[in-house]
Design a protein around this ligand. Structure first.
Ligand code: B1M
Length: 211
């Protein structure tokens, strides 16, 4: 089992999409938990490639091929990350302006869908105005904002402010690697989650609290 997780990690890092998919299918076939395949197989690959990138030992192309392999793997796990319930409400989800990181957001989307939410994914590098338009168009229970860069996390607060000008009660959940609970409180977010699984729980909590 451990060896399979290690092989998944290596295959993601090498960008071997077909191998990643095959190894995940094999793990699932052996009855391994999808969440374990994700958290102990694929995610460590992204951490490692990020660490190598910080040290100047990996470069953008390596980050990209690993990201594609991760996306391919997520597609395999997607059907298993969910539950059966539907109709909890609608979430509009996007990565803020200046930020093109999509994997974390996509994983949050899958977990929200799994938890019974309908999700409108408005993509990456999303301008404040587009968040506001989407809020008006879809009237979601929750707006979800993701940011992966310490520069782009600064673009979250203006979005929250613009949304609250339209609706002072708007529920906004934030997340992404550099975000902390403290930062979320500072910018007036309604909720924060450190990972995709917690994001689904937090979304449920926010909607239930609203009643
Ligand atoms: Co980028 N990148 N990157 N990158 N990249 C990081 C984030 C970095 C930490 C790498 C490093 O230096 N060690 C660093 C940021 C440093 C900082 O600002 N603090 C960095 C940098 C510097 C950059 C560029 C500036 C590099 C350059 O061009 N010189 C550039 C910026 C581009 C831009 O956005 N304008 C850049 C580009 C890229 C690629 C395009 C090559 C690629 C992204 C491809 C893609 O997403 N389609 C990429 C990648 C892959 C990474 C790393 C290696 C992996 C990110 C990832 O997918 N993680 C990353 C290093 C790392 O994270 N260790 C890095 C896996 C994913 C499942 O986790 O995204 O954290 P994560 O999402 C989690 C949680 O954060 C949370 O749940 C998710 C799942 O559990 N979450 C939420 C996320 N959103 C949420 C929303 C919520 C709730 C929870 O509520 C709404």
């Amino acid at each position: 089992m451990e060896e399979l997780l290690l092989r998944i990690k290596k295959a993601v890092m090498a960008g071997e999409e077909d191998e990643v998919k095959e190894l995940l299918e094999r793990g699932l076939g052996r009855g391994m938990e999808p969440r374990r395949l994700l958290e102990e197989g694929m995610m460590p690959a992204m951490e490692e490639i990020g660490r190598l990138f910080s040290q100047g030992e990996a470069f953008i192309p390596e980050l990209l091929v690993a990201a594609y392999a991760m996306e391919a793997g997520l597609e395999v796990l997607k059907p298993y990350l969910g539950g059966e319930m539907r109709g909890r409400g609608l979430v509009v989800l996007g990565t803020v302006q200046g930020d093109i990181h999509s994997i974390g957001k996509n994983l949050v989307r899958m977990c929200l869908e799994g938890a019974g939410f309908e999700v409108v994914d408005i993509g990456e590098d999303v301008k404040k105005e587009k968040f506001v338009e989407a809020y008006k168009e879809f009237k979601p229970q929750i707006m979800g904002l993701s940011a992966l860069l310490s520069s782009t996390m600064q673009n979250m607060q203006p979005v929250i402010q613009a949304l609250r000008e339209v609706d002072p009660e708007a529920l906004v959940m934030v997340g992404g690697a550099p975000i902390t609970q403290e930062f979320a409180d500072q910018i007036g977010a309604s909720g924060y989650a450190p990972n995709a699984f917690e994001a689904a729980l937090k979304a449920k909590e926010l909607v239930e609290r609203r009643g």
